[in-house]
Design a protein around this ligand. Structure first.
Ligand code: MG
Length: 160
Protein backbone atom coordinates (compact mmCIF):
# COMPACT_ATOMS: atom_id res chain seq x y z
CA UNK A 1 0.00 0.00 0.00
CA UNK A 2 1.09 3.55 -0.66
CA UNK A 3 -0.46 6.89 0.25
CA UNK A 4 -0.56 10.28 -1.50
CA UNK A 5 -1.75 13.78 -0.77
CA UNK A 6 -3.00 16.52 -3.10
CA UNK A 7 -4.00 20.16 -2.79
CA UNK A 8 -5.46 22.60 -5.30
CA UNK A 9 -6.93 26.09 -5.40
CA UNK A 10 -8.87 28.00 -8.01
CA UNK A 11 -10.11 31.58 -8.06
CA UNK A 12 -13.85 32.12 -8.42
CA UNK A 13 -15.47 34.57 -10.82
CA UNK A 14 -19.03 35.49 -11.80
CA UNK A 15 -20.53 34.05 -14.96
CA UNK A 16 -18.48 30.85 -15.14
CA UNK A 17 -19.83 27.29 -14.83
CA UNK A 18 -19.08 25.72 -11.44
CA UNK A 19 -17.88 22.16 -11.90
CA UNK A 20 -16.62 20.37 -8.80
CA UNK A 21 -16.18 16.69 -8.01
CA UNK A 22 -17.28 15.88 -11.56
CA UNK A 23 -20.66 17.55 -11.01
CA UNK A 24 -22.07 20.85 -12.31
CA UNK A 25 -23.31 22.78 -9.28
CA UNK A 26 -25.88 25.58 -9.82
CA UNK A 27 -24.12 28.87 -9.04
CA UNK A 28 -23.78 32.38 -10.48
CA UNK A 29 -19.97 31.98 -10.30
CA UNK A 30 -17.41 29.30 -11.10
CA UNK A 31 -13.70 28.56 -11.26
CA UNK A 32 -11.20 30.50 -13.33
CA UNK A 33 -9.08 27.85 -15.03
CA UNK A 34 -7.48 26.50 -18.19
CA UNK A 35 -9.47 23.27 -17.82
CA UNK A 36 -13.02 23.07 -16.41
CA UNK A 37 -11.44 24.11 -13.09
CA UNK A 38 -12.55 21.08 -11.10
CA UNK A 39 -10.49 21.75 -7.99
CA UNK A 40 -11.60 18.53 -6.25
CA UNK A 41 -10.52 16.31 -9.15
CA UNK A 42 -7.23 18.19 -9.49
CA UNK A 43 -6.42 17.60 -5.81
CA UNK A 44 -7.49 13.96 -6.21
CA UNK A 45 -5.26 13.44 -9.28
CA UNK A 46 -2.32 14.94 -7.37
CA UNK A 47 -3.00 12.58 -4.44
CA UNK A 48 -3.10 9.55 -6.76
CA UNK A 49 0.05 10.65 -8.61
CA UNK A 50 1.70 11.40 -5.28
CA UNK A 51 0.96 7.89 -4.06
CA UNK A 52 3.06 6.44 -6.89
CA UNK A 53 5.63 9.30 -6.79
CA UNK A 54 4.75 10.17 -10.39
CA UNK A 55 4.93 13.95 -10.15
CA UNK A 56 1.86 16.15 -10.36
CA UNK A 57 -1.07 17.00 -12.60
CA UNK A 58 0.80 19.93 -14.16
CA UNK A 59 3.58 17.59 -15.29
CA UNK A 60 1.19 15.16 -16.99
CA UNK A 61 -1.44 17.62 -18.25
CA UNK A 62 0.27 21.04 -18.69
CA UNK A 63 -2.08 24.02 -18.37
CA UNK A 64 -0.29 25.79 -21.24
CA UNK A 65 -1.14 22.91 -23.59
CA UNK A 66 -4.08 23.80 -25.87
CA UNK A 67 -5.15 20.12 -25.76
CA UNK A 68 -6.34 20.65 -22.18
CA UNK A 69 -8.21 23.93 -22.72
CA UNK A 70 -11.67 23.58 -21.16
CA UNK A 71 -11.15 19.82 -20.75
CA UNK A 72 -13.52 17.82 -18.57
CA UNK A 73 -11.38 16.97 -15.53
CA UNK A 74 -13.01 13.52 -15.40
CA UNK A 75 -10.87 12.75 -18.46
CA UNK A 76 -7.76 13.80 -16.51
CA UNK A 77 -8.84 11.54 -13.64
CA UNK A 78 -9.44 8.65 -16.03
CA UNK A 79 -5.95 9.11 -17.49
CA UNK A 80 -4.45 9.34 -14.01
CA UNK A 81 -6.05 5.98 -13.16
CA UNK A 82 -4.46 4.65 -16.37
CA UNK A 83 -1.04 5.81 -15.17
CA UNK A 84 -1.68 4.21 -11.79
CA UNK A 85 -2.57 0.87 -13.42
CA UNK A 86 0.48 1.06 -15.67
CA UNK A 87 2.61 1.34 -12.51
CA UNK A 88 0.85 -1.73 -11.09
CA UNK A 89 -1.50 -0.06 -8.60
CA UNK A 90 -5.24 0.32 -8.06
CA UNK A 91 -7.24 2.73 -5.93
CA UNK A 92 -7.87 1.57 -2.37
CA UNK A 93 -9.85 4.55 -1.12
CA UNK A 94 -9.80 8.31 -1.41
CA UNK A 95 -10.91 11.15 0.85
CA UNK A 96 -11.47 14.73 -0.35
CA UNK A 97 -12.19 17.88 1.64
CA UNK A 98 -13.42 20.99 -0.17
CA UNK A 99 -13.15 24.41 1.49
CA UNK A 100 -15.75 26.81 0.12
CA UNK A 101 -17.98 29.48 1.62
CA UNK A 102 -20.91 29.07 -0.78
CA UNK A 103 -22.91 27.59 -2.42
CA UNK A 104 -23.66 24.77 0.02
CA UNK A 105 -22.26 21.56 -1.41
CA UNK A 106 -24.08 19.11 0.85
CA UNK A 107 -26.91 18.41 -1.64
CA UNK A 108 -24.30 17.48 -4.27
CA UNK A 109 -21.90 15.36 -2.21
CA UNK A 110 -23.40 11.98 -3.09
CA UNK A 111 -23.55 12.85 -6.80
CA UNK A 112 -19.85 13.74 -6.62
CA UNK A 113 -19.03 10.47 -4.86
CA UNK A 114 -20.99 8.48 -7.45
CA UNK A 115 -19.38 10.27 -10.38
CA UNK A 116 -15.83 10.00 -9.04
CA UNK A 117 -16.35 6.31 -8.19
CA UNK A 118 -17.64 5.69 -11.71
CA UNK A 119 -14.66 7.41 -13.34
CA UNK A 120 -12.14 5.61 -11.12
CA UNK A 121 -13.91 2.26 -11.48
CA UNK A 122 -14.32 1.72 -7.72
CA UNK A 123 -17.28 1.32 -5.39
CA UNK A 124 -18.88 4.44 -3.93
CA UNK A 125 -17.81 3.26 -0.47
CA UNK A 126 -14.19 3.89 -1.48
CA UNK A 127 -14.88 7.57 -2.20
CA UNK A 128 -15.38 10.16 0.52
CA UNK A 129 -16.16 13.80 -0.25
CA UNK A 130 -16.55 16.36 2.51
CA UNK A 131 -17.14 20.10 2.42
CA UNK A 132 -16.40 22.79 4.94
CA UNK A 133 -16.54 26.55 5.12
CA UNK A 134 -13.61 28.40 6.64
CA UNK A 135 -15.82 30.54 8.88
CA UNK A 136 -15.54 33.55 6.52
CA UNK A 137 -11.76 33.60 7.04
CA UNK A 138 -9.16 33.82 4.30
CA UNK A 139 -9.63 33.71 0.53
CA UNK A 140 -12.14 30.86 0.73
CA UNK A 141 -14.09 32.64 3.44
CA UNK A 142 -14.26 35.82 1.38
CA UNK A 143 -15.55 33.81 -1.58
CA UNK A 144 -12.50 34.68 -3.70
CA UNK A 145 -11.59 31.06 -4.27
CA UNK A 146 -12.12 27.41 -3.52
CA UNK A 147 -9.56 24.94 -2.14
CA UNK A 148 -9.53 21.16 -2.11
CA UNK A 149 -7.43 18.64 -0.21
CA UNK A 150 -7.27 14.94 -1.04
CA UNK A 151 -5.60 11.82 0.23
CA UNK A 152 -5.48 8.56 -1.67
CA UNK A 153 -4.50 5.07 -0.63
CA UNK A 154 -3.42 2.82 -3.48
CA UNK A 155 -2.81 -0.91 -3.43
CA UNK A 156 -0.37 -2.93 -5.48
CA UNK A 157 -2.06 -5.13 -8.07
CA UNK A 158 -1.31 -8.84 -7.71
CA UNK A 159 1.61 -9.85 -9.94
CA UNK A 160 0.73 -12.26 -12.73
MG1 MG B 1 -6.36 23.04 -10.69
Amino acid sequence: MRIGFGYDVHALAEGLPFVIGGVRVPSSFGCVAHSDGDVAIHALCDALLGAIAAGDIGKHFPDNDAAYKGIDSCILLERTIGLLKAEGYKVGNVDITIALERPKLRPHIDSMRARLAEVMGVGIGAVSVKATTTEKLGFTGRGEGVAAYAVALVEELPKE
